[in-house]
Write a protein that binds this ligand. Structure first.
Ligand SMILES: [Zn+2]
Length: 486
């Protein structure tokens, strides 16, 4: 039972783990590195294993940092199946098409700038294009169902609910080598829409994400009250209420919460503009796969209601309509991407409204300190947006409790039923994982950090201090976590 990790090893993004189980090679996830230029460069490295020799690919969920390099795998010659749950397959299409469009747009913009400087030859081509995505989508096999066992290249694969986003699974992998658990990303047991993760059975080894392994989330109810109070005060200010939102899970949780608060009379019914085509598409998938969601949401959907539609919701499809919102008078909630404000339609709303004292900005996502959102929420008085210097005079509210990731209590509860497996830590900052190793030790579990691109015997004895030898910290974990840690 061996593993070599090509991402999310000692960092948070780029999840990709090559497993050798019972003599077969399976790839679990194939995610994009995100966060900064150094991370982007990792996406351009070629695969140093036999891509065509893979016996199969399995996806845990549809976040870009778990699926974003799939088109590169296909470019590299992979033609085999990519197994996942049906909702994951639906979301992967939205995520990869959006990713290709962003790459192509970014390339065209870089090229324009570079031409003026005579440095055209320095511009890197897009990582992949829409045509690569279509070739990738043709390989998707939505044949994994929660609790059912499917045989992939002789390995018995049983997905179970991970409770992180729609369709997210952790994987039980049974082979002649024993039983391995790959956690993917695990959910916050209090988060708004997902059914809690299924308690896992006893296993021989666990590979577990550790994004928030060193902290405890604020109780969900406190987060809702904080959000309500921020909205009330924002409505009183009378200006625009900007909510920068990531498109998958966060957007749906916020829409659902807004509807609940407005229907209960807790928040005035001001117009809500969903200004994100990707969030709109993702919300349609939540609608489509409503049976996967918590009972009140599922039941509302079965009764023909739309729990993601506050009565004042307007969907904004085109960028021309998005621009027209700048001239809309009176208070209104505008939800637009991206959540960290580093790109997307939120930027022109910020440019038009951030300098007005009547505007409110409600941040509901993790903000990397180096991102535009990070600078705004930590009190910058001026920021540069789309080439212009803008004064920050809006009221800024930060709501930190909407995380879709397990905290330390969730992770320990998850591991609580797994027996005495060797625990391998991935998808976390090294200092967070270092802090988690002694917590595991106190519970009689041996925890080890998974090294980057080195073969690991998952049933072996691991490393003396839980830390792989020769680790050089890259110091970019924070930027990476901003995306992967969502
Ligand atoms: Zn995720």
């Amino acid at each position: 039972m061996h593993m070599k990790s090509y991402g999310a090893a000692l960092t948070v993004t780029g999840s990709m783990h090559l497993l050798t189980l019972g003599g077969r090679q399976l790839l679990v996830d194939c995610g994009l590195f995100q966060g900064n230029d150094e991370m982007d460069a990792r996406n351009r490295e070629s695969f140093d294993f036999d891509v065509k020799g893979l016996d199969g690919v399995i996806l845990t969920h549809a976040h870009l940092d778990h699926v974003g390099r799939l088109p590169l795998l296909v470019r590299g010659g992979y033609r085999g199946p990519v197994h996942c749950t049906p909702p994951t397959a639906a979301l992967v299409e939205t995520v990869l098409l959006d990713s290709a469009r962003l790459q192509e747009d970014g390339y065209r913009m870089d090229l324009r700038h570079a031409r003026r400087q005579g440095r055209e030859s320095e511009v890197l081509p897009p990582l992949y294009e829409e045509a690569d995505v279509h070739r990738t989508l043709a390989l998707l096999r939505p044949d994994l169902a929660f609790g059912d066992t499917t045989t992939v290249a002789g390995v018995k694969v049983t997905p179970q609910r991970a409770g992180h986003i729609l369709g997210s699974a952790y994987l039980l992998l049974d082979s002649a080598d024993g039983r391995l658990l790959m956690s993917g990303d695990l959910g916050n047991r209090e988060s708004g829409l997902q059914i809690d993760f299924t308690p896992p059975p006893e296993v021989d080894a666990v590979v577990i994400e550790t994004t928030y392994a060193n902290r405890t989330h604020r109780p969900w109810n406190d987060t809702l009250l904080e959000f309500r109070d921020a909205l009330r005060s924002a409505v009183r200010e009378g200006g625009k209420i900007l909510i920068p939102t990531f498109a998958i899970e966060r957007a749906q949780v916020i829409l659902y919460t807004l509807k609940q608060l407005m229907d209960a009379g807790e928040v005035p019914r001001v117009p809500v503009f969903l200004d994100s085509p990707m969030a709109t598409r993702a919300t349609n998938e939540y609608f489509e796969f409503g049976d996967e969601l918590i009972p009140p949401v599922r039941d509302a959907l079965r009764a023909g209601e739309d729990p993601f539609r506050p009565s004042t919701l307007h969907v904004v499809p085109t960028s021309a309509e998005s621009q027209r919102l700048n001239r809309y008078d009176g208070p209104a909630i505008i939800m637009a991407g991206n959540g960290m404000m580093t790109g997307g339609r939120i930027q022109h709303h910020l440019k038009h409204h951030l300098w007005k004292p009547s505007t409110s900005l409600i941040s509901v996502s993790y903000q990397s300190p180096s991102s535009l959102g990070g600078r705004i929420v930590t009190g910058a008085d001026h920021v540069r947006i789309m080439g212009e210097e803008i004064a920050v005079q809006a009221h800024v509210h930060t709501i930190g409790g909407f995380s879709a990731h397990a905290d330390q209590d969730d992770l320990l509860a998850f591991l609580g039923t797994t027996g005495r497996p060797h625990v391998w830590l991935v998808h976390g900052e090294p200092e967070v994982m270092d802090a988690f190793v002694p917590v595991l030790d106190a519970r009689g579990l041996k925890g080890d950090l998974v090294p980057d691109r080195q073969d690991v015997d998952l049933l072996g004895s691991g490393f003396p201090q839980g830390r792989p030898p020769g680790v050089v910290l890259d110091g970019v974990a924070d930027a990476a976590r901003a995306v992967g840690g969502e």
